[in-house]
Design a protein around this ligand. Structure first.
Ligand SMILES: Nc1ncnc2c1ncn2[C@@H]1O[C@H](COP(=O)(O)OP(=O)(O)OP(=O)(O)O)[C@@H](O)[C@H]1O
Ligand SMILES: [Mg+2]
Length: 278
C-alpha cells in the first residue's frame, strides 16, 4: 500500500523547541522482572505546538508524560524544558489527569482558586482570574457546587480551569476526555482548541483515540508497545476545524489504525503469554 502520511519535519521558520527529550529510557522492576517501558525516545516539541501521543494500552504514554511532568524521572536520558533539565514538577508544566483530580471538599470556584493561593496572589487578583476562567469554561452557574454534584464533563472543565489558572506555558494532558460520552468529549475538544488558539500554550496530549488525535493535533507521535519507542511522528496538515468525514481525515485514520493495530497485536500476544506463564 502506498504510504501517504507525512513525517513531521520542522519548517525553517518553526518556533523554538520547548520540550527536548533525548535518549529517554525508563525501566521498572516488578519482582525479578525488568519492564522496559520506554527506550531511546528522542522527541522535540516546539513552542505552541499541539502534539498527541498515541498508542495502545501499556506502550508508555503516561510514563513519558510523567517524565516530562517531573513526577517520575527517566532511568536514562534527559527531558529539558526551555533548556533546563527536568528533575521535578514545576509551575511551567500544568497536568490534567484522566480522573478529574479535584478536591471534593472545595467548591468549583475554590478548586480553581487553589493554586493561585499557593502562588501568593492577592485576593482581588484571585477573584478576577477565577471569574475569567469560570466564564471561559462556561462554569459561572456552577461556582458554588461541589465536584460530587457535577457531571464528568463539568468536572473535567473545572480541572482544565484549575490548570489554566496557573498559567503554565505547557499543558500535559493524560487522556483527559477518556471517560466522557462522545458529545461531551467533542464539546471539550472544541473548547480546548479554542483556548489553545487563544492563549498559545504548548500541549502534550495522551490519547488512545485515533480520531481524537487527528481532530486535535499538529503532530501525532505513534508509540510502539514494549519497549515504548517512537514508531512514527506524523504531521497533521489539515485546517481546523477538521471534518471527520473528509477523505484526507479518513485516509490518515486508516493509516494510523494500521500502525496502532500492529502494536495492539503485540500487546495482546504479551497478555496471552503472561496469562499462560501464571
Ligand atoms: N510504577 C510502575 N511499576 C511497574 N510497572 C509500571 C509502572 N508504571 C508503568 N509500568 C509499566 O510500564 C508500561 C507502560 O505503562 P504506561 O502506564 O506508561 O502505559 P500507557 O501507554 O499510559 O497505558 P494506558 O493507555 O493503559 O494508560 C506498562 O507495561 C506498565 O505496566
Ligand atoms: Mg496511561
Amino acid at each position: 500500500m502506498l504510504k501517504t502520511v507525512a513525517d513531521a519535519v520542522p519548517a525553517a521558520d518553526a518556533a523554538p523547541v520547548q520540550i527536548r527529550i533525548r535518549g529517554v529510557e525508563k525501566t521498572f522492576a516488578v519482582g525479578t522482572q525488568k519492564i522496559v517501558a520506554l527506550q531511546d525516545i528522542d522527541l522535540d516539541i516546539r513552542k505552541g505546538e499541539f502534539v498527541c501521543l498515541l498508542g495502545p494500552s501499556g506502550c508508555g504514554k503516561s510514563t513519558l508524560l510523567n517524565a516530562v511532568a517531573g513526577f517520575q524521572p527517566p532511568t536514562k536520558g534527559t527531558v529539558a524544558v526551555d533548556g533546563r533539565t527536568i528533575t521535578e514538577p514545576g509551575p511551567d508544566r500544568g497536568m490534567v489527569f484522566q480522573e478529574y483530580a479535584l478536591f471534593p471538599w472545595m467548591t468549583v470556584a475554590q478548586n480553581v482558586a487553589f493554586g493561585l493561593e499557593i502562588k501568593g496572589m492577592s485576593k482581588p487578583e484571585i477573584a478576577g482570574t477565577v471569574e475569567r476562567l469560570l466564564e471561559k469554561l462556561h462554569l459561572q452557574d456552577f461556582r458554588n457546587r461541589f465536584p460530587k454534584d457535577l457531571s464528568g464533563g463539568m468536572r473535567q472543565r473545572v480541572a482544565i480551569a484549575r490548570v489554566l489558572a496557573l498559567d503554565s506555558p505547557i499543558l500535559l494532558m493524560d487522556e483527559p476526555f477518556g471517560a466522557l460520552d462522545a458529545l461531551t468529549r467533542r464539546t471539550l475538544q472544541d473548547e480546548l482548541l479554542r483556548i489553545w488558539e487563544e492563549v498559545g500554550k504548548t500541549i502534550l496530549f495522551v490519547t488512545h483515540s485515533i480520531e481524537e488525535s487527528i481532530y486535535l493535533a499538529d503532530r501525532i507521535v505513534v508509540m510502539t508497545y514494549r519497549p515504548g519507542t517512537v514508531k512514527r511522528d506524523v504531521l497533521v496538515d489539515m485546517p481546523r476545524p477538521r471534518d471527520g468525514s473528509a477523505p484526507e481525515f479518513n485516509r490518515l485514520k486508516r493509516e494510523l489504525s494500521q500502525m496502532v493495530m500492529e502494536e495492539q497485536q503485540r500487546f495482546s500476544q504479551d497478555e496471552i503469554r503472561s496469562v499462560t506463564a501464571d
